[in-house]
Design a binder for this molecule. Structure first.
Ligand code: 4NP
Length: 174
């Protein structure tokens, strides 16, 4: 028998996993790096029992592909290992994930074009909402050079610290 909401007590809520999804266009540069940096930090902080993450792209260009070699190399130079295969965002992701981060405004608009996305609008946010240096796009490094890949890394590194602190503080209040 499924317990109804009445029987879900606060300790059960505390045992639930918070599922975070990072979304960009191709799912080979920004969002797999966001996922890897987030996973690296939650592992270091022993938070993997209640936080989990994945990433995907709004486009179908790179389904099944490993991340861009420049992203993999840049992450490694910064001490982060990436393990991901490209996949495309699907409408069911909006119901499944608790928080969905768009890397830029165009990604955000593409997410909101999905079937019934309006129902889940409260879950969708811009990644840099949590950047202590201010909001904006995580710039697409695909046509850029190593400096651009490092800029993306630096943005995601400080943004994930702030996001994880925010998640920890709010969990304590649950
Ligand atoms: P991402 O970058 O959205 O950060 O993964 C891109 C990757 C591939 C393409 C564009 C952006 N592309 O046009 O193939």
């Amino acid at each position: 028998m499924q317990p109804d909401a009445h029987f879900v007590n606060s300790s059960q809520i505390l045992n639930m996993k918070v599922k975070v999804l990072f979304v960009c266009l191709g799912n080979i540069c920004r969002s797999p790096l966001a996922e890897a940096v987030f996973k690296h930090k939650i592992k270091e902080s022993n938070l993997t029992d209640w936080l989990e993450a994945d990433s995907c792209g709004t486009a179908n260009y790179h389904i099944g592909d490993t991340p861009d070699p420049r992203t993999i190399q840049n992450a490694l130079r910064n001490g982060v290992t990436i393990d991901h295969r490209g996949r495309q965002l699907k409408p069911a992701d909006l119901a499944h994930y608790d928080i969905i981060f768009a890397m830029d405004e165009s990604n955000y608009n593409n997410i909101m074009k999905l079937e019934r996305a309006y129902k889940y609008a409260d879950k969708v946010a811009m990644m840099r909402t949590f950047d202590p240096q201010g909001p904006g796009d995580v710039p697409d490094p695909y046509y850029g050079n190593e400096k651009d890949f490092q800029e993306v890394f630096d943005i995601l590194d400080r943004t994930m610290d702030n996001l994880i602190n925010h998640l920890k503080e709010n969990r304590l209040k649950a």
